[in-house]
Write a protein that binds this ligand. Structure first.
Ligand SMILES: [Zn+2]
Ligand SMILES: [Zn+2]
Ligand SMILES: [Zn+2]
Ligand SMILES: [Zn+2]
Ligand SMILES: [Zn+2]
Ligand SMILES: [Zn+2]
Ligand SMILES: [Zn+2]
Length: 466
């Protein structure tokens, strides 16, 4: 912005700060440069054009200054004031009287002048050579890539579009390719371009395709057995060998039963046909073996769930049905799960005749205890001498009013039933043929929900001295 003279004269305030009478030529050098430059060239007067304009119109300046300072000497002494070059901040060290400034600016290397090639730019003298060479819009220049001639202006629009300029491939393959052939490179040569696998049709980076083909499931493969199949692909191979390939060696389907035949699939039907009776007998042997296994597992399981407490609570459900069956079927006996008197004790089992037995037949339920062959019999004292009690529970909802029926006995050591049992289970027991009458069974809550509960307890403390 170029200020008007009026503005300029107002901005300057030199008379009061630097009195020309007081500043002698000798002490010029001692004038504080800050005061000197600030006073005479405030920041608003940086452009040399302003000063040039003012200086070239010195008549007006003088006239104006005269209007303010009537003293002619004042003006002269102002012009003799020592100042810095207006380009002091850019590095010009010149400092002299104000009147010599204009002449200095004509040669000051920091002062601007119009470009000598008439591009219109204002360029400091010191930068003119560079400007003409590198940035002037009117310079003549060659494109370094296509070597064509351009003016500076057209080169600027050419740069960034020159077809011969090598630029980095956008696929990040690391190559620099001339712009004119880049798209061809990206679509057909670049090893980082995406390519569809010709077998599975999925896209892969070109340089990983070889690795992909090693595992691609759709790649055609040859059956290792060289069978007649020709259109096999990798992902179907496992299934082919297992279920389809006629040459695959197979085990006979009766392998588990013991057949050791192994042969190609196409021979298998013949083998099965010719060996059906052998296979059948193998299967029978297997079934027998498995039955034994099942039996031993069952016994292991029942062993795990055995009761070693000496007390059995025996739940007899569907009692009405069992009772009516007993009435039509003579000697029908229900037996309880076996139980032990202690962990290494006697093995016992209760038996119940719903329609009675012996003296209680047709009128009472009878209950007995049997001694079964147990695992620790060899170490136990014989005959068995613990007292045994049987309790029929009254299942009243009010436990205080319940009235159970209990019978107990102490074994007679002379009875053969209490000697050590033989390995074959003994059907004989000992107990009460007239335990509870059928009349009594109907009373109270001995039968509830068609179920009766009987407790059999062996008291190990009550041992009869032999
Ligand atoms: Zn200068
Ligand atoms: Zn220029
Ligand atoms: Zn070019
Ligand atoms: Zn590339
Ligand atoms: Zn593939
Ligand atoms: Zn095959
Ligand atoms: Zn076989």
């Amino acid at each position: 912005m170029v200020r008007s003279l009026a503005q300029w004269t107002k901005t300057l305030s030199f008379p009061s700060r630097i009195s020309p009478n007081k500043i002698s030529r000798e002490n010029v050098n001692t004038v504080n440069p800050t005061i000197s430059s600030n006073s005479l060239y405030p920041s608003c007067l940086k452009h040399n054009n302003e000063i040039s304009n003012i200086m070239s119109d010195s008549n007006i300046l003088i006239k104006d200054v005269n209007q303010i300072y009537s003293d002619q000497d004042s003006e002269k002494s102002i012009m003799r004031s020592v100042v810095y070059c207006i380009h002091h901040k850019e590095g010009c060290k010149w400092s002299d009287e104000l009147r010599k400034l204009k002449a200095h600016l004509n040669t000051c290397k920091h002062d601007t002048k119009p470009c000598s090639s008439n591009c219109g730019a204002q360029i400091p003298r010191v930068l003119m050579e560079d400007h003409l060479k590198y940035t002037c819009l009117h310079r003549r220049a060659k494109c370094e890539f296509c070597t064509k001639d351009f003016t500076g202006e057209s080169l600027e629009s050419h740069i960034g579009h020159c077809g011969y300029e090598p630029i980095y491939c956008e696929n990040k393959c690391g190559l620099k390719i001339q712009r004119r052939v880049l798209s061809q490179h990206k679509s057909s040569d670049c090893f980082k371009r995406l390519v569809a696998c010709r077998y599975c049709k999925k896209d892969f980076v070109a340089d990983t395709m070889a690795t992909h083909h090693v595992k691609c499931g759709r790649v055609p493969v040859v059956c290792p057995n060289r069978c007649e199949i020709t259109d096999l692909i990798r992902e179907d191979m496992e299934l082919h060998l297992k279920d389809q390939c006629t040459i695959s060696l197979l085990n006979c389907s009766f392998k588990e039963a013991g057949c050791r035949f192994k042969g190609p699939r196409y021979l298998m039907d013949k083998h099965l046909e010719e060996n059906s009776s052998q296979h059948l007998s193998l299967v029978c042997t297997l079934v027998t073996k498995q039955q034994h296994q099942i039996a031993s597992l069952k016994s292991a399981l029942s062993h795990l769930s055995l009761n070693y407490s000496g007390t059995l609570i025996w739940k007899v459900g569907d009692f009405a049905a069992k009772m009516s069956e007993a009435k039509t079927k003579e000697g029908m006996e229900l037996v309880s799960p076996p139980f032990y008197t202690s962990q290494y004790g006697y093995k016992l089992q209760a038996s119940l005749f719903p329609n009675g037995n012996g003296a209680g037949e047709n009128s009472h339920i009878s209950i007995y205890i049997k001694i079964l062959p147990g695992e620790y019999d060899a170490l136990l004292r014989w005959p068995f001498a613990h007292s045994v009690s049987f309790t029929l529970f009254d299942q009243s909802t009010c436990p205080e009013k319940a009235c159970n029926i209990m019978e107990s006995f102490i074994p007679d050591p002379t009875w053969k039933n209490f000697q050590r049992p033989s390995i074959e289970p003994d059907s004989l027991g000992f107990g009460f043929p007239r335990f509870v009458s059928h009349e009594m069974m109907k009373k109270r809550n001995f039968i509830k929900d068609d179920t009766v509960f009987i407790r059999v307890r062996v008291d190990p403390s009550k041992i009869v001295a032999v």
